[in-house]
Design a protein around this ligand. Sequence first.
Ligand SMILES: Nc1nc(=O)c2c([nH]1)NC[C@@H]1CN(c3ccc(C(=O)N[C@@H](CCC(=O)O)C(=O)O)cc3)C=[N+]21
Length: 285
Amino acid sequence: MKAQKLDGKATAAQIKSELAVRVEALKAQGIHPGLGTVLVGDDPGSHSYVAGKHRDCAQVGIASIQRNLPADATQEEVEAVVRELNEDPTCTGYIVQLPLPRGLDANRVLELMDPEKDADGLHPTNLGRLVLGQDAPLPCTPRGIVELLHRHDIPLNGADVCVIGRGVTVGRPIGLLLTRRTENATVTLCHTGTKDLTRHVMEADIVVAAAGVAGLVSADIVKPGAVVLDVGITRTEQGLVGDVHPEVFEKAAWVAPMPGGVGPMTRAMLLSNVVEAAERQLAAR
Ligand SMILES: Nc1nc(=O)c2c([nH]1)NC[C@@H]1CN(c3ccc(C(=O)N[C@@H](CCC(=O)O)C(=O)O)cc3)C=[N+]21
């Protein structure tokens, strides 16, 4: 058996064409969505992600606002840019690209953002709203994963999901999304302190691999017919490597590959968050 592909690239293209229609409708009402990015330092990976985000914006008619700071920028300089974007009416949503260079306090920066403009869903207020089940921008990668599963008719109701990784952008919030009544999955959150990872992966209907350990999920620990999503990215001399070993394609029913799976969905959800923030601003007028 060869796994079917959870095609994030094609699904993201579909979502972008839906968003382009909503952007036109907003513009007709006088609201022009604009995405701001705050990028500190010269990490080539971060620069290429941010460039991709602005290309996506152009495709759906969202304006781009780029604020780049040098690697030696101070906490005060970064915070000044955040304050500026909070006040900028042309910026309807923005992100601070993570991780920030050493020595900068990302939590203090996130806290300073206007939660209504938080396109990443990572402001403490919005993470709190997620816990409380209130309407708020959702973290992009978890939201992209749920959307990818929904659009391939993968059932979540009652599914046993094993999440590997407890990071703030993926592992921790995805448990909150998947256990909402509307999704109704059962989630096990595994991490470096997990005693027997193999046992948890073996029992799972759906595996979300977000540990950042190349090839961590091998075919021998995946249940036949499982759904496996590769969220890990490790840069090697041979290129980008995911957390899911290629042999898993021979055992799983569905695989979201890296590249071409969750990454493009993450970017599409960022655009969704910007459009929804603009729609909320219109509704509040
Ligand atoms: N504030 C903030 N928000 C983020 O959403 C955020 C961040 N910081 N820091 C870094 C991570 C990483 N991330 C990715 C998004 C898309 C791809 C993506 O599109 N990947 C392509 C391939 C990537 C490539 O070829 O370089 C794919 O999987 O097909 C990857 C990684 C967002 N992040």
